[in-house]
Design a protein around this ligand. Structure first.
Ligand SMILES: *Cc1c(COP(=O)(O)O)cnc(C)c1O
Length: 370
């Protein structure tokens, strides 16, 4: 038994720090709801009001008749929020990545990718039919060498901003410098930075204070933003190219307008969320300090994603089961999601957690370590 079989469990409560699964109450450390907005009363009210005004289904693709005023308004607000000229909504982050890469590069072009990028970026590269060159995790020296060896065609560097299974941050300023030196574009997937990093949660570009017409910024709206969907922000010509060539944008039904209404409210909450972000930072420090004495290594991460490296698949699975028996819901992440031999418990913290919640996790892990 490899301990690799994937199984689902049924949630019987809203997404939150405290959840109900299969009739049992758990303290959960495995959602991406970093600001605790998924069940926020203001988002619920915004969704209800938008549905009352615009109905439920969009009924058509954006380019046919599904693009409502709420979608339009949200695209403007998102572009402004991340300080880029234009934005475009996609139904999901997975589809956004497929659409962006496929629309911008093809045969004869080259995509340069961090080895630990999200699966959606990997799939997108394959679908684009561009040449793929993967560099070691965060290794800009190897990336520079690969760029030097590449001749004609368009060049696109793609990277997670915050790596989804490791929690560390890509060296975006260095990547941007390489883009300038080699006339390349930079696709930044900020699924785990949007709403959390940077001034007022404006994301990883704000975190590093970088801006460039070479950047194609993508973020999801189902994680810190607490709703659903994704968007791309970039120069207007890039957005126009996506509208005309991104197949996962063109050939699919627009997401329900009420979701756009909810995200508009979520942007407000994110801007007002300095207290939540400060609380999240305190929890991260509490967890890292508290885990120091344990036999398992914590990966070097400053973000809400705090992976505890276990190693063997079965050991990670056993630990997750033992935690569940003690009322704590955590997922073991195993290959192929992460490299073989690096099975881990991916602890994610949320502003919805209290210091007492984190203390309970620490005490339980301590008990299991002995
Ligand atoms: C979650 C995630 C996505 C996919 O976004 P969805 O909206 O869930 O489809 C893409 N990239 C990264 C890094 C992610 O973590």
């Amino acid at each position: 038994m490899l301990g690799l079989l994937r199984q689902r469990h049924t949630l019987q409560s809203p997404q939150s720090a405290h959840i109900l699964i299969d009739g049992q109450a758990y303290l959960s450390f495995c959602s991406n709801d970093y600001l605790g907005l998924a069940n926020h009363p203001r988002l619920i009210a915004a969704l209800q009001q938008s549905a009352a005004q615009y109905g439920v289904g969009s009924g058509a693709a954006h380019l046919v008749s599904g693009h409502t005023q709420l979608h339009q308004q949200l695209e403007g607000a998102l572009a402004q929020f991340v300080n880029l000229p234009a934005a475009l909504l996609f139904s999901t982050g997975y589809m956004a990545n497929l659409g962006i890469v496929q629309a911008l590069v093809s045969k004869g072009d080259t995509v340069f990718a961090d080895k630990l990028n999200h699966a959606s970026l990997n799939d997108a590269m394959l679908l684009s039919r561009a040449t793929v060159k993967r560099y070691r995790h965060r290794d800009t020296v190897q990336l520079a060498r690969l760029l030097e060896q590449t001749g004609s065609g368009r060049k696109l560097i793609v990277t997670d901003a915050v790596f989804s299974m490791d929690g560390d941050i890509a060296p975006l300023p260095d990547l941007l410098t390489l883009c300038e030196q080699h006339d390349a574009w930079l696709l930044v997937d900020d699924a785990h930075g949007f709403g959390v990093l940077g001034e007022q949660g404006r994301g990883s570009l704000s975190h590093f204070r970088i801006a460039s017409s070479r950047i194609i910024y993508m973020a999801t709206l189902g994680k810190a933003a607490g709703v659903f969907g994704a968007f791309v922000a970039a120069e207007q010509v890039v957005i126009d190219t996506l509208i005309n060539h991104a197949r996962s944008y063109i050939y699919t039904t627009a997401s329900p307008p009420a979701l756009a209404g909810a995200v508009l409210e979520s942007l407000q909450l994110i801007v007002e969320g300095d207290e939540q972000r400060a609380h999240l930072q305190l929890l991260i420090a509490q967890l890292r300090n508290g885990l120091r004495g344990l036999p398992w290594a914590l990966l070097p991460s400053d973000t809400a994603i705090q992976p505890l490296l276990i190693g063997e698949n079965q050991a990670a699975a056993n630990l997750a089961v033992a935690l569940r028996e003690r009322g704590i819901w955590l997922s073991a992440i195993r290959p192929p999601t992460v490299p073989a031999g690096t099975a881990r418990l991916r602890i994610t913290l949320s502003a919805a957690h209290s210091a007492a919640d984190v203390q309970r996790l620490l005490e339980t892990l301590d008990e299991l370590a002995r």
